[in-house]
Design a protein around this ligand. Structure first.
Ligand code: FES
Length: 102
């Protein structure tokens, strides 16, 4: 069973920005890429770098440690060394609030 949880006001996440939060011991990350909101796990699947220290571009999120780039849509790594995708979560905006489904 899943729940929608309110994370933050949509005005606090401009294009190209990230927002970190924790929920039930999960370290999560919201990103605004090209005006679309994505939610993923925040810890890299390769060697556990914190992706909120990475670089967000229109192509994805680059890990700060070994530079794998993750697609925000499906969490898939676009290049080595990461091989496994990030967990992704559905998002929605209601009344200027961003929710994710966990
Ligand atoms: S820790 Fe992210 S690519 Fe190695």
């Amino acid at each position: 069973m899943t729940d929608w949880i309110k994370v933050c006001n949509s005005d606090s996440l401009d294009q190209g920005e990230m927002f970190t939060f924790d929920h039930n011991e999960k370290k999560l990350l919201l990103t605004n890429m090209n005006g679309k909101i994505f939610a993923t796990d925040r810890i890299c699947t390769h060697a556990e770098a914190d992706l909120s220290n990475g670089i967000l571009t229109e192509n994805g999120l680059t890990c700060p440690l070994h530079l794998s780039v993750f697609n925000m849509d499906d969490g898939a790594p676009q290049n080595p060394p990461a091989e496994n995708p990030l967990q992704t979560y559905r998002t929605k905006i209601e009344d200027n609030n961003i929710f994710i489904e966990v």
